[in-house]
Design a protein around this ligand. Structure first.
Ligand SMILES: Nc1ncnc2c1ncn2[C@@H]1O[C@H](COP(=O)(O)OP(=O)(O)O)[C@@H](O)[C@H]1O
Ligand SMILES: [Mg+2]
Length: 662
C-alpha cells in the first residue's frame, strides 16, 4: 500500500513536469525573439569582458553589452541564481551552461558549470533556462522511500502514511497546560542549557521563549519520529526551530536543517550563526545572501588548511592556459594534437583540484553541528550515516515529493509551517487534485496526536488591529499580539509626523466609484489597474513626506502585472520594495500598501478567491496596513465582505475620494 502511494506521487510529478514545461514553452512561443529579449529572458550581443575564478574554483565570466542607447539595462529581468546558457559561434560553436552569479546594471557575472571552454571571439547570446535537477531529485527520493529496507526510512514512511503510530517519550513531568498566564519560566538553578532541570523541564538557551514556544520545543524533543510546529504569521516558528537545534546539538546530535527556498534557508542560517553554533550552508554561493557567504561549504573549504594544495593545482592550470594561448597566438607554434593534449591536461588539473575540494567539503559537513540546505539542493547522501534530526522550515510550502528529498537523510523530522498561508506552486490542476496539492504537513496534522503538535499563538509583528481579521478568519481568534507590538503605530517611529495616515494601524481605501478599471495584460497574463496603482504611489509619497523611510515600506499586490506597473510608474527607487504577495511570504515591513486590483461589473475576484493569499498579504505589516480595493467588486465575495465589515467596525473604512481631491 505504501509502495502504491509513492508510485502515484511519481506519476503526478511526471504530469506536473509536463505542465510546467508546456507552460514555459507556451509563454516562449507566444513571443518573438525580440519580445523574449524585451522580457529579458534572452540577451544578445554580449561580450566577455573578463575571466576570473570565484570561491570554490568556479570559472566566472563577466559579460557586458555595448550600449546602443537603450533606456533600460538589458539585464533587468535576470536574477542572481538563474540557470542560464551562453552560446556563440566562434572560435568554435559552443553552448555552455552556468549560473548567474551577479547582476548589475551594466554587466553580469556567470559562474560556469565545469571546466571553462575557450571564451568567445566576438558576440555571444545568453538564455535563461529552466531546471530539471529538482524533478530528478524528487523522483529519486520517492523511489528510495518506496523501496528502502533501511529501518529509519521505513519507520518515517509508515508514520507519515498513518500505518504506524508516532511515538513520544514521556516527559518526566506532565507538560504545562498551554495557557498564557501559566508561568513556566525555568527556575535558575545550576544546570547547563540543554539539560533537564530537577523539575523535569528543559533549561532553555533562549529564555525569552513564550509558553507556546516552550511547549513546541519540549514536544519536539520528546518526539521519536515527527512533530509539527504550527506557526501563524509572526509567531516565531524559526525562533523555535533554532532552540530545538541548539538543544539537539547540546545532546550531541547531528542536525540537518532545510527549507524549500534559498531565502528561508538563509533566514534560518542567519539566526543560527548568531547563537555561535558551527553551521555550514550547502548550495551555490550565487543563490545565497552575500552576508552569509562565509558560512558556505565553498568558503569553508577556501579557509581550510589544505587549500594551498588546491591553489597550486589551479595555478599550474592557469600557467598551462597562458602557455596554450601564447602558442596559439604565434599561429604555427602548436599542432592540433599538441593542443588537444594541453586541453586534456588542463581539464585533468581542473578535475583534481575540484576532487580535492569535494573531499574537504565532505569533511567540513561531517564535522559541523548543523548543515543547512534547500530541499532541492540535495543531490546525494550528505553524510555516511543519517542525521539524527531534520528540521524543516516553511514546511507547508513544500510538496510531499520535495519534502522526501531531505527526509531520506534523517531519523527524525520536525516540521514548522502554516498551511493557512500560501501553499507550494503547482502548475497542473490535475496533479494538484489527485494528491500533489496535499502537503505532508497537512497530512500529519490529521494523523498526529496532540503530543505531536503545537499551535504558536503569540505574534511579535502586528498591531492587534492588523492581526485581528486574520486571527478571526483563519485561527479561530486564537492569536494574541505581544505587548511589545500590540498598539504600536507608524507615527511612533523616529521623526515621523502624526497624521491621518500614520496614527492608524489599518486603513481600507475604497476605490468604488473612482472609475479605476482593471485591465488584462496579455503578455504577462495577469491583471493591472492603473488608477489604483497611481493612488498607491500617491499614498506612499504622502507617507514618505510624513517621515517614514522608503525602506520601511513595501507595495504589494496579488498580480504580477500590477507589480510591474507599480515599478514602472514608481520610477527607479532602490529603497522601496514593490512585489507580489507570493514573493513576500515570510517577510515583513513597518508599512504595507496592498493593491487588490480587481474592479469589474461582474464581481469577479479571480485568484483573490484563494484567501490564503490575502492572509499572507495582510499579515506582512507591523504598524500600518493600507488596503486598496473596490468594494463594489470585492463585497460580493463573503471573505472580502467580512473584511470590509471589519474595517467599518474599526473605523478604518476610507474612500479614495479623500485623496483624489486632496
Ligand atoms: N519569545 C519571543 N520574544 C520576543 N520576540 C520574539 C519571540 N519569538 C519570536 N520573536 C520575534 O518575532 C519575530 C518573528 O520571529 P520568527 O521566528 O522569524 O517567526 P516566523 O518564523 O514564524 O516568521 C522575530 O523578530 C523574532 O525575534
Ligand atoms: Mg520563519
Amino acid at each position: 500500500m505504501s509502495a502504491e502511494h509513492f508510485r502515484h506521487l511519481a506519476a503526478l510529478l511526471d504530469i506536473e513536469r509536463e505542465a510546467e514545461r508546456a507552460e514555459n514553452e507556451r509563454k516562449l512561443e507566444k513571443l518573438s525573439v525580440q519580445a523574449r529579449e524585451a522580457l529579458g529572458k534572452t540577451v544578445t550581443r554580449l561580450v566577455v569582458s573578463r575571466e576570473d575564478f570565484g570561491v570554490g574554483g568556479h570559472a566566472l565570466w563577466v559579460l557586458s553589452r555595448p550600449s546602443a542607447g537603450e533606456e533600460y539595462s538589458p539585464f533587468q529581468a535576470l536574477n542572481q541564481g538563474d540557470l542560464v546558457a551562453i552560446s556563440y559561434p566562434s572560435p568554435e560553436p559552443t553552448r555552455v551552461r552556468g549560473t548567474l552569479y551577479d547582476v548589475s546594471e551594466f554587466e553580469i557575472t556567470v559562474s560556469l558549470d565545469g571546466a571553462p571552454p575557450e571564451a568567445p571571439i566576438g558576440k555571444c547570446q545568453l538564455d535563461v533556462l529552466g531546471s530539471e535537477a529538482t524533478y530528478k531529485r524528487m523522483k529519486k527520493a520517492l523511489g528510495a522511500v518506496e523501496r528502502s529496507e533501511k529501518a529509519f526510512i521505513t519507520r518515517l514512511r509508515n508514520v507519515c502514511l498513518g500505518i504506524e503510530k508516532a511515538e513520544f517519550n514521556k516527559p518526566s513531568v506532565t507538560l504545562v497546560k498551554t495557557r498564557a498566564h501559566v508561568d513556566v519560566n525555568p527556575v535558575e538553578i545550576n544546570v547547563d542549557p540543554g539539560m533537564r532541570q530537577d523539575d523535569g523541564h528543559i533549561k532553555f538557551f533562549n529564555t525569552n521563549l513564550n509558553v507556546y514556544q516552550r511547549e513546541a520545543v519540549e514536544k519536539a524533543l520528546a518526539a521519536q519520529d515527527v512533530a509539527l510546529v504550527h506557526g501563524p504569521p509572526g509567531t516565531g516558528k524559526t525562533t523555535v526551530l533554532v532552540e530545538i537545534i541548539r538543544q539537539a546539538v547540546a545532546q550531541g546530535q547531528r542536525v540537518l536543517a532545510s527549507a524549500p527556498s534559498n531565502i528561508a534557508v538563509d533566514n534560518l542560517l542567519e539566526k543560527l550563526l548568531e547563537t555561535g553554533l558551527d553551521a555550514v550552508r550547502m548550495g551555490h554561493p550565487a543563490r545565497i545572501l552575500d552576508s552569509l557567504h562565509h558560512a558556505t561549504v565553498s568558503a569553508r573549504v577556501a579557509d581550510h588548511d589544505n587549500q594551498k594544495h588546491i591553489l597550486e593545482l589551479d595555478q599550474q592550470r592557469e600557467r598551462l592556459i597562458r602557455q596554450r594561448s601564447r602558442a596559439m597566438d604565434r599561429g604555427h607554434g602548436i599542432s592540433w594534437t599538441e593542443r588537444k593534449q594541453m586541453d586534456a591536461e588542463i581539464e585533468k588539473l581542473w578535475r583534481a583540484a575540484r576532487d580535492m575540494e569535494y573531499g574537504i567539503g565532505r569533511q567540513v559537513l561531517a564535522e559541523a553541528d548543523v548543515v543547512l540546505v534547500t530541499h532541492g539542493g540535495i543531490a546525494k547522501p550528505i553524510l555516511k550515516k543519517p542525521f539524527d534530526l531534520l528540521i524543516m522550515d516553511e514546511a507547508s510550502q513544500a510538496t510531499e515529493p520535495l519534502s522526501w528529498v531531505p527526509m531520506t537523510q534523517a531519523k527524525k523530522v520536525i516540521f514548522a509551517g502554516d498551511p493557512l498561508q500560501l501553499p507550494p506552486t503547482i502548475y497542473s490542476e490535475e496533479a494538484k487534485k489527485k494528491g500533489l496539492g496535499l502537503t505532508l504537513f497537512e497530512r500529519l496534522q490529521a494523523l498526529l496526536p496532540p503530543e505531536g503538535q503545537t499551535l504558536l499563538r503569540i505574534q511579535y509583528r502586528m498591531h492587534e488591529t492588523i492581526m485581528g481579521f486574520s486571527s478571526k478568519q483563519f485561527y479561530d481568534g486564537a492569536l494574541e499580539a505581544d505587548e511589545s507590538v500590540r498598539a504600536h503605530t507608524a507615527c511612533e517611529l523616529p521623526h515621523v509626523q502624526k497624521n491621518r495616515l500614520t496614527e492608524n494601524p489599518l486603513i481600507y481605501v475604497d476605490t468604488v466609484g473612482a472609475g479605476y478599471e482593471e485591465a488584462w495584460n496579455d503578455v504577462l497574463e495577469s491583471r493591472e489597474n492603473q488608477g489604483e496603482a497611481k493612488l498607491a504611489l500617491y499614498l506612499y509619497e504622502q507617507l514618505k513626506e510624513a517621515g517614514i523611510p522608503a525602506r520601511a515600506m513595501a507595495l504589494l499586490t496579488p498580480y504580477v502585472a500590477q507589480a510591474r506597473l507599480l515599478r514602472s510608474l514608481g520610477g527607479p527607487n532602490k529603497e522601496l520594495e514593490i512585489g507580489s504577495i507570493d514573493g513576500f511570504q515570510g517577510r515583513e515591513k513597518e508599512v504595507i500598501i496592498l493593491s487588490l486590483v480587481r474592479s469589474n461589473n461582474e464581481g469577479q475576484v479571480g485568484f483573490l478567491g484563494d484567501t490564503r493569499r490575502m492572509n499572507v498579504g495582510m499579515t506582512r505589516a507591523r504598524r500600518l496596513l493600507i488596503v486598496l480595493g473596490d468594494s463594489g467588486t470585492l463585497a460580493r465575495h463573503p471573505f472580502y465582505n467580512q473584511f470590509i465589515d471589519y474595517a467599518d467596525a474599526h473605523d478604518a473604512h476610507a474612500s479614495a475620494w479623500e485623496w483624489i481631491h486632496a
